[in-house]
Design a protein around this ligand. Sequence first.
Ligand SMILES: [Fe+2]
Length: 265
Amino acid sequence: MVCLAQLSDLHVAARPLQGVVDSAALARAAVAAVLRAEAQPTACVLTGDLVDAGDVASYRLLAELIAPLEARMAVYLLPGNHDARAPLRAVFGRHGYLPATGRLDYCVDLGGVALIALDSLVEGSGHGALDAATLDWLDATLAATPARPAIVALHHPPFATGIGFMDRLGLRDGAAALQAIVARHPQVLRVICGHVHRAIAVGWAGRIGMTAPSTAQQIPFDPAAGAREAFVLEPPGWLLHRWDGATLQTAVLPVERSAGPIDYA
Ligand SMILES: [Fe+2]
């Protein structure tokens, strides 16, 4: 069984975001939720917006917060639009899967399943993009191991989610090319993303595309054209992807500890 936890959009910061979101405390709670899960993950991927301001001090704080996770499982980082490559590398250079230069694209083996991370960060912008080199590398990587199931991870969803103001800040370049690549490599099981701070599943390229909740603030699911650009202090969550050799299952799990389990009488 391959069991991959996904935490997303931690937006770690030393001070509360917008004065009300204590993202560091919420990230700590999310790490605790993963560690106490009944179905214990063997690896964890953080799908971007790791920190809010993209500075070295915030990445150091993130390193402290995820240390308990790293003590128990492999942890993989990929950047979102709030991240910055140089400070991320400065703090997490010991993460040997991260390329030393250029975009933070990589492929790691989770025990028979490839996790392929794509760097969609356009530094200084909210929207994302995949360049030709990343797309060519993905195509070649998938072509090299057609028998190995793969999960493709990137911050910006390459599909519409219905949250208009976030879709307008979506993957502006490379989405159609990514869709074509995924469509022609049947071993891609799922495309997993962050960015929209809410769990949404779509059919895309003949697969399931899935976004994760944020460990911090959530974004209302309001598909109206003029929906407010706003967040809600809804209970945060995370995703657990489990591959049993035949099916990849994704569970949406809460961070908060609740009463129970209570046995049925
Ligand atoms: Fe975010």
